[in-house]
Ligand binder design. Sequence first.
Ligand code: B12
Length: 222
Amino acid sequence: MEEILEKLFEAIEFGKADKNSPYPPNLKGLDGSKEHTLSALEAGVTPQRILEEALIPAMGKVGKKFSENKIFVPQMLMAAKAMSASMLQLKPFFASGELKTKGTFVIGTVKGDLHDIGKNLVSMIIEGGGWTIIDLGVDVSSERFIDAIKKNPGAIVGLSALLTTTMNSMGEIVANIKSELPETKILIGGAPVNMDFCVSIGADHYAPDPQRAVEYLNKMAG
Ligand code: B12
């Protein structure tokens, strides 16, 4: 891998978003993922290579370290932030169609639930995995999910719930989506849910963390 991409990989893995970011302390004053991305683009590295050779594998490594309890939420959030800073520089290429995404992922925290840290992490990592994200936010009703799927035919849907009370709401949303748009694939996640619950409400898949969510989506994309 070229040095420039190696530096970008490292900035993302260790959560260095830009030069002014004080985190992590050992990289203080050095360029972050934003500057490395701009340098790579200036040096003529294609957005596709930046995504495939630096961003995606770096977030893959972060997701794996998180699954193995080698890093925790704060480091993962910083890495996600660094990835976002880089993605922001690549956004114009997504928009221009120069970079092909693998598909669209509509995500939201279900009605009655305001927890969004996990959802945001999942969104950012899936975005880094090469998907277009439509984030509906928190407290999202069936109607809003259905509306977003209709506007983005073929999108895969992700539902997040953190409360035992809102697990019911998740079940209702799955039933409503499936009754109106039965072909829709629904992925669920959040601390209180599991594969048994997923099967019981008729969702298509449960992923315990963003890494496993990306693996499922990539399988669905073929
Ligand atoms: C932070 C927090 C809050 C914050 C939320 C801030 C925010 N912007 O999100 C605030 C203070 C607002 C809050 C409020 C409440 N909270 Co709260 N909260 C938490 C806390 C401490 C952390 C949650 C979190 O962010 N974890 C970190 C993220 C990264 O983990 P995660 O969300 O699980 O996400 C991971 C996976 O689950 C998965 N994932 C998540 N979503 C999805 C979606 C998909 C599609 C996929 C594939 C994967 C996936 O990937 C993520 C990364 O691995 C938890 C306790 C805990 N340790 O979980 C309690 C907790 C969830 N809260 C709880 C409660 C009771 C409440 C309140 C009812 C408290 C009150 N009386 O007001 C309110 C409810 C408000 C509401 N209507 O939603 C209880 C829930 C109990 C239960 N089983 O129902 C918990 C478990 C605390 C406890 N032990 O009692 N809370």
